[in-house]
Each structure stands twice: as structure tokens, then as C-alpha cells.
Design a protein around this ligand. Structure first.
Ligand code: UTP
Length: 296
């Protein structure tokens, strides 16, 4: 049995409706936090975690993601011919290449839900458990996926999902765990429900966009009947496998930002701006100006 996590799936085929009109022409995953697109943070996190293969599940209208992710030799040569050697080298360092990286792009023709997107990756994953990273959940700090893979290798198997405590009124925005035991950073769970009403939520332990899933997830996804809008939910397939493979939540150490929403994206931008010399100056000017306006 293969227990090491060798593949990451990036589901990037969604419509990004909460970010319209920005996402009319630009995929949500290419929206930048400061100067770096969301997908780049996700790729960096997966590489730091030692992942071998990256599978991008994308949509025909989102070809820009592949153009961004992969090396562009023509652009580099144009930059070099204009003397911009360092910039060309920087782009090459950040980009993936089929010569040196194990990268697959596959298509989800219709946005039939996160579960369906993960199922679209089935024929392209390496044996063993798979990681799923949602690029619009930005987690800053120590690499969350790396922490999860360490924990999975130490004492876990089955499904392991990133978990964080949320306010009770927010349970309706997340998949929520039914905890059955606590072992420090790993929380055993006997169930998981999608977006429960706060009054009926089994806990305030919310699942966010990092998963390590037992390979049986693909059978459980394939046997799901689609729900409203024809969507296949990842949560339902995870729940279907709990009695067989088990489920745990992992309390990661970093800070998570919901960059699928305007406010979350703004919070992430402010957080990174406060660490950037040029932007920190702007934040300070803004704070002074706001203070003066409030005092006037
Ligand atoms: P979201 O539900 O946050 O993304 O999915 P969305 O549907 O694109 O955004 P809104 O809600 O309409 O604003 C989380 C991740 O799953 C992918 C998205 O691209 C995003 O990276 N996804 C979602 C798919 O790949 N396929 C889907 O059918 C749905």
C-alpha cells in the first residue's frame, strides 16, 4: 500500500462569481495578493511540501492559468534581447516546465462542483493518497500542506482535512466536523456536514482548503449522486468514506485568508503589505490621513 502523498490536485475550474466583474476575463486563481497570483502561493506551498506531481483541473475558458504557470521561452528570450536578463531568470525560476517538473493539466468542462473537479483528476494521479489545495484559501506562515503531510506520515491515514475554529454564526459558510476525540493538532471526527445552520452545527471546527484524501475518495466521488445544480460535493464523498478509512481535522499553524471573497482578499493584501517596505509606507500615510479625517 502507498502511504506517501505524491500528488497534489489544484481544482481551478470554478466560475469565481463572487469576484465578478474581475473574473470575467481573469481567472480568480490569477488575481494577485500584492504582486503574486494566488496560484503561485499554492504552487510554492506544494513544492515546499515535497509533492512530485501537480494536477491542475481547469476550464476551457481559463487557459490563462496554464500560460501563467508554465515557462514561456519566447517571453524570456524577448526580455533577454532587451537586456532584462535578471527579470527573465526570475520568471524562469518561478515557472514550471515539462522538462523538469511533473505537471498535468486536465479539463472540467462544466463547473459541476469541487467534488466533480477532484474526480476529473482521477486518471492523472500517482498511486496512494492525494492532496487537494484550493488556491483561493491562502494560508500564510509555515506551509500548511507540509505540516499536514508530516502529521499524516506520523500517525494518520484515511482522510485528513485542514481545520480551524470559526465563530458559531459562520458555520453556515463551511464544512463542519463532528469531533470525536482530540490529540493536540489532530482532531478525530466521526462526521462532516456541509454548511450547517449555526443552531444545528455539530461544532465550530470548520474545514478549509487543504485536504489529504485516501485514494478511495475517487470511488466515493464516482458513486455520489449529484445534488442541486448537478454539483458533486467533496464533503459528501469524504463523509461516505469515514466509517471505512477514518477522518481527522488538522489544526495548522498559519493564518488563513478566504481570498474567494473581497474582504478576505483585502485582509490578505493588508497582511502582506505590512511586511513590504514600499507598501508599509502607504499604510502609514493612510492611517495618518484616516486619523486626521476622524479628528476633524
Ligand atoms: P469556490 O466555490 O470557492 O470557487 O471553489 P468558485 O465556484 O470559482 O467561486 P464562486 O463561489 O463562484 O465565487 C473553490 C475552488 O474550487 C474550484 C475553484 O476554481 C476554486 O479554486 N472549483 C469549484 C472547480 O475547480 N470546479 C468547480 O466546479 C467548482
Amino acid at each position: 500500500m502507498h502511504t506517501s502523498v505524491r500528488t497534489v490536485i489544484f481544482p481551478v475550474a470554478g466560475m469565481g462569481t463572487r469576484f465578478l466583474p474581475a473574473t470575467k476575463a481573469t481567472p480568480k486563481e490569477l488575481l494577485p495578493v500584492l504582486d503574486t497570483p494566488l496560484i503561485q502561493y499554492a504552487i510554492d506551498e506544494a513544492q515546499a511540501a515535497g509533492i512530485e506531481r501537480m494536477v491542475f483541473v481547469t476550464h476551457p475558458s481559463k487557459h490563462a492559468i496554464e500560460r501563467y504557470v508554465m515557462d514561456d521561452a519566447k517571453l524570456r528570450s524577448d526580455l533577454k534581447s532587451r537586456g532584462k536578463i535578471a527579470l527573465a531568470d526570475e520568471l524562469q525560476d518561478a515557472a514550471l516546465s515539462h522538462r523538469t517538473d511533473d505537471v498535468v493539466f486536465t479539463i472540467q468542462d462544466q463547473p459541476l462542483g469541487l467534488g466533480h473537479a477532484v474526480l476529473c483528476a482521477r486518471d492523472h494521479v500517482l498511486p496512494g493518497p492525494v492532496a487537494v489545495v484550493l488556491p483561493d484559501d491562502l494560508i500564510l506562515g509555515k506551509g500548511c500542506l507540509g505540516e499536514m503531510i508530516d502529521a499524516y506520515g506520523r500517525d494518520d491515514s484515511g482522510h485528513l482535512v485542514a481545520a480551524m475554529t470559526v465563530a458559531r454564526e459562520d458555520t453556515k459558510k463551511y464544512g463542519i466536523l463532528t469531533p470525536s476525540g482530540d490529540n493536540g493538532s489532530v482532531l478525530r471526527a466521526s462526521g462532516m456536514v456541509e454548511k450547517p445552520d449555526p443552531a444545528h452545527a455539530p461544532s465550530c471546527e470548520a474545514v478549509v482548503g487543504r485536504y489529504i484524501l485516501d485514494a478511495s475518495i475517487f470511488d466515493d466521488l464516482a458513486s455520489q449522486t449529484s445534488g442541486a445544480g448537478g454539483e458533486i460535493q467533496l464533503t459528501d464523498a469524504i463523509a461516505a468514506g469515514i466509517s471505512r478509512v477514518g477522518l481527522s481535522g488538522f489544526r495548522f499553524s498559519g493564518t488563513r485568508f478566504d481570498c474567494g471573497s473581497k474582504a478576505g482578499m483585502f485582509r490578505a493584501t493588508l497582511n502582506l503589505a505590512a511586511r513590504d517596505g514600499e507598501c508599509l509606507e502607504v499604510l502609514r500615510e493612510h492611517a495618518v490621513a484616516s486619523h486626521q479625517t476622524a479628528a476633524a
